[in-house]
Every structure is written in structure tokens, then in C-alpha cells.
Design a protein around this ligand. Structure first.
Ligand code: FAD
Length: 403
């Protein structure tokens, strides 16, 4: 038996190997990953790991876990071609690895917009532990920091940089922060937080060029012609799914490797998960792609169940978190396009935002309110959701409603 071959040793690839063994899968498991070392988690890369450089703090499991569970880890190694007719994966070092079932867990890579001068020294991106190591080093040399992109990763990094005394400017082309993922009320709340921390926020202006001195960054030019000075730049403007290998192998791809409700691709012997997979949203039926630990790990668990004969459609409620300074933003549900939002501010400063589309509750955002976030996840499972009238009640308690 060839067993399961997983391409990608990130969050989802690791979870799939672990869950397969948990579910009693006894055939071989091979993981192929192009990053060196053991599988690790990415969330700390823009948070704690920027300050604390110990790799063991981000590793998902020690080496002994893989040995004990008979999980073969080929890293660093790159899958370069899939031969579907013979169920083989070709690797960069010239090997061919057979599979009974193949799983794409190839994740995503950072978008690289063609901004003139972007190849200057001291322009960084942030996706891997090696990227964070380079950024940490640059922060010891440069004190004026420019972040291009006011999304989760850019703002998390900005919060760390400003906390160690750096002068930080965030430039965001959209008219508000984290606009793709959160409500306008929550964007506004975070704008105030970052300004209080001392970060300069410039929204509604794009970066049209990176200015250099002897090949090294000295600032950026904005779409209105103005200039922001800085010694280093973090480019954090989103990601693109790693789908090329699947596409060349003839699988259906459209902003992600297209999968069905069981995470299967157009080939019955191949599945895909996490950042690289475009899957049917259980709530709306729309094809979506999520970039979150939750999606990667829940997809992995669902595939492990499928491969051990316990198939059931994927129907997890999405959730996400982002730590920025002393604020933990948590999002239950998924909302990209909403027509109403209801914000509640507690006297102790906790904040909740309920987001709706045509009366249907799609997502609940909270700050520093872990209990209410958990309750919101339950609430989103309730077909009835919650009404504006219930929310308007002064004593509204999301935990009570979710019970
Ligand atoms: P990944 O973890 O990216 O793993 C994919 C792996 O496959 C990579 O190692 C890649 O190099 C490898 N690969 C690709 N192609 C090949 C090939 N051909 N051969 C071999 N290997 C290959 N999510 C949250 O929910 N909360 C957070 O706070 C949060 N913070 C984040 C902070 C940062 C800085 C980053 C980068 C991400 C963050 N995320 C967060 C997102 C989360 O980490 C990802 O959604 C998650 O890692 C996706 O898991 P994955 O397995 O799909 O992909």
C-alpha cells in the first residue's frame, strides 16, 4: 500500500497526518514540505515569535511525534509534478512517491504587486519563520518602519514594532482597515487603537513607488504624490493560493483548488485543504477560500474522517482571531458582504458587532471577550440566529441565547 501523501507540511498538512493516526489509519503517511525543519504554526510569526526567537515555541510537535506515529517527513523537499494516471508525485530531488490518496496542503504565498523599486534592500514580506527572523533582525537596525497593507498581518506587525519604540506608518489603499474581513464599526475601533499606540495610519492611498538610496529603502511615494520616509518596508497586501501544481495536473482551479463538500477535487483520489482550497460555504453554498487556522485544521479533520470511512459533509462554523497589542479580535462566522451591522459596547469596554445579510446573522466580532465569542459560534449554528429586536434589548446576553 502507498497510503496517503500530503504536499505541504504547514498547519493543515500536519493536522491531517495527526488526525489520520487518531482516526486509526494504519497505512503509510508521507509528508512533503519545501520548508526546512518540523511543521510549525504561522500565527505567532507576526506576534510573539517576532520578539521571542525560539523555534521550539512555534513547532506543532517534536520530532519524536512523527517517529512514534510512523509519519514520514520529507523536508526540505518540493513536489514538482503529479502523474495522476500512475498515482505518483515527482519531487525536486528526482524521487517518485506513490499514493493511494493525495492531499494538496500547499497553502498560499504572499502577493507581490509590481510596485517600482519594490526589489530594494530592506523590503520584506512575512509568511515563513525565516521571514520573521529577517524582520526581527531588520528591526534592530531600522527605527522608521513602513507597512504597506492595513490587514491583519500588517497591523499585528505594526503593533509589535511600535511597542518596541519604532516609528511606524501603515499605508492602506482601501478606505478603512481590514476592510475585506471585518465590519466598519470594528475597523473604526481598531483605527483608534493603533493611533493611540502611536502608529500613523494613512488610508485611501496606494503606494506607487519605493524610494531608494544606494539600493536601500528610504521611503515610499503615495498615490497623491506625497512621500513617507522609512528605513524598512513590510509588504503585507494579501496572498495567492498555491494551485499551480494542481492546475498543471489538470484539476479544476478557480481562486483555489476547487473541492466539494467532502474536500475532494475533480479527481476522486485527490483532496485539498486550507489556504489553497476553494470549498462550498455550508451556509451560503458559495465557493469560498479562507485563510485561517480553523479552516486548515477542520478541513484536515474532515479529510481524515473521509479516508477512514466516516465521511460526512464539511459544515464547521468558521472562526478567526487576530492579536493586536492588548486586543484580541475574534470573529465567529464568515461575512464578506453584509447589509446591516449591530454594535454593542459594554460598560467595561468589551465590544461586539453582529453582521447581517438580508436579516440572516452571518458573523459576530468581539474584542477581549472569549466567552461571548464561543457563545456566538453556538448561536451561528442556530437556524433562527438572532433578531435586531433581541439585540436591542438592554440586557441582551449572547451566552444566554446560545444555550
Ligand atoms: P500553510 O500553513 O501555509 O502550509 C503550506 C505549506 O506547503 C508551506 O510550508 C509551503 O511552503 C508548502 N508547499 C507549497 N507548495 C509546495 C510544494 N510544491 N512542495 C512542497 N511543499 C509545498 N490564521 C488565524 O486563524 N489566526 C491568526 O492569527 C493568523 N495569523 C497569521 C499570521 C501570519 C504571519 C501568517 C502568515 C498567517 C496567519 N494565519 C492566521 C493564517 C494561517 O496561518 C493559515 O491560514 C494556515 O497556516 C493555513 O494552513 P495551510 O496548511 O493551508 O498552509
Amino acid at each position: 500500500k502507498s497510503g496517503v501523501v500530503i504536499i505541504g507540511t504547514g498547519q493543515g498538512g500536519f493536522q491531517l497526518a495527526a488526525s489520520l493516526r487518531q482516526e486509526g489509519f494504519e497505512d503509510p503517511i508521507t509528508m512533503i514540505g519545501d520548508e526546512p525543519g518540523l511543521p510549525y504554526q504561522r500565527p505567532p510569526l507576526s506576534k510573539a515569535y517576532l520578539k521571542d526567537a525560539r523555534p521550539e515555541t512555534i513547532q506543532l510537535r517534536p520530532q519524536s511525534f512523527f517517529e512514534r506515529n510512523g509519519i514520514r517527513l520529507l523536508a526540505p523537499e518540493r513536489a514538482i509534478r503529479i502523474e495522476r494516471s500512475n498515482k505518483l508525485v515527482e519531487t525536486l530531488t528526482g524521487g517518485f512517491i506513490g499514493y493511494d490518496h493525495l492531499v494538496f496542503a500547499t497553502g498560499a504565498r504572499n502577493a507581490a504587486p509590481a510596485i517600482p523599486g519594490i526589489d530594494a534592500e530592506n523590503v520584506f514580506s512575512l509568511r515563513t519563520a525565516a521571514d520573521t527572523d529577517r524582520l526581527r533582525d531588520a528591526l534592530t537596525r531600522c527605527s522608521k518602519v513602513i507597512v504597506i497593507g492595513g490587514g491583519f498581518i500588517g497591523l499585528e506587525f505594526a503593533a509589535v514594532a511600535v511597542s518596541i519604540g519604532h516609528r511606524v506608518t501603515v499605508v492602506e489603499a482601501a478606505t478603512r482597515l481590514m476592510a475585506r474581513a471585518i465590519s466598519s464599526a470594528m475597523s473604526e475601533h481598531f483605527r483608534q487603537l493603533h493611533e493611540e499606540l502611536g502608529t500613523t495610519l494613512i488610508v485611501g492611498k496606494g503606494v506607487t513607488g519605493v524610494l531608494q538610496d544606494d539600493g536601500c529603502v528610504r521611503g515610499v511615494r503615495l498615490s497623491d504624490g506625497s512621500i513617507v520616509e522609512g528605513e524598512m518596508v513590510l509588504l503585507a497586501v494579501g496572498v495567492r493560493p498555491n494551485t499551480e501544481l494542481a492546475e498543471i495536473a489538470g484539476l479544476a482551479v478557480a481562486n483555489g483548488i476547487t473541492v466539494d463538500a467532502l474536500l475532494g477535487t475533480s479527481d476522486p483520489h485527490i483532496s485539498a485543504l486550507g489556504d489553497c482550497a476553494a470549498f462550498p460555504d455550508p451556509k451560503s453554498g458559495d465557493t469560498i477560500r479562507l485563510e485561517s487556522v480553523q479552516a486548515a485544521t477542520d478541513h484536515a479533520r474532515a479529510i481524515a474522517q473521509k479516508l477512514t470511512g466516516k465521511a460526512s459533509n464539511y459544515d464547521a462554523v468558521p472562526w478567526f482571531w487576530s492579536d493586536q497589542a492588548h486586543w484580541k479580535l475574534q470573529i465567529a462566522g464568515f461575512a464578506r458582504d453584509t447589509d446591516a451591522e449591530h454594535a454593542i459596547e459594554r460598560p467595561d469596554g468589551r465590544k461586539l458587532v453582529f453582521r447581517f445579510k438580508m436579516g440572516q446573522l452571518l458573523a459576530v466580532e468581539t474584542i477581549n471577550a472569549a466567552g461571548e465569542h464561543m457563545a456566538a459560534r453556538q448561536l451561528l449554528r442556530r437556524p433562527a440566529g438572532v433578531t435586531h429586536k433581541e439585540l436591542a434589548d438592554r440586557d441582551f446576553d449572547v451566552s444566554g441565547l446560545a444555550r
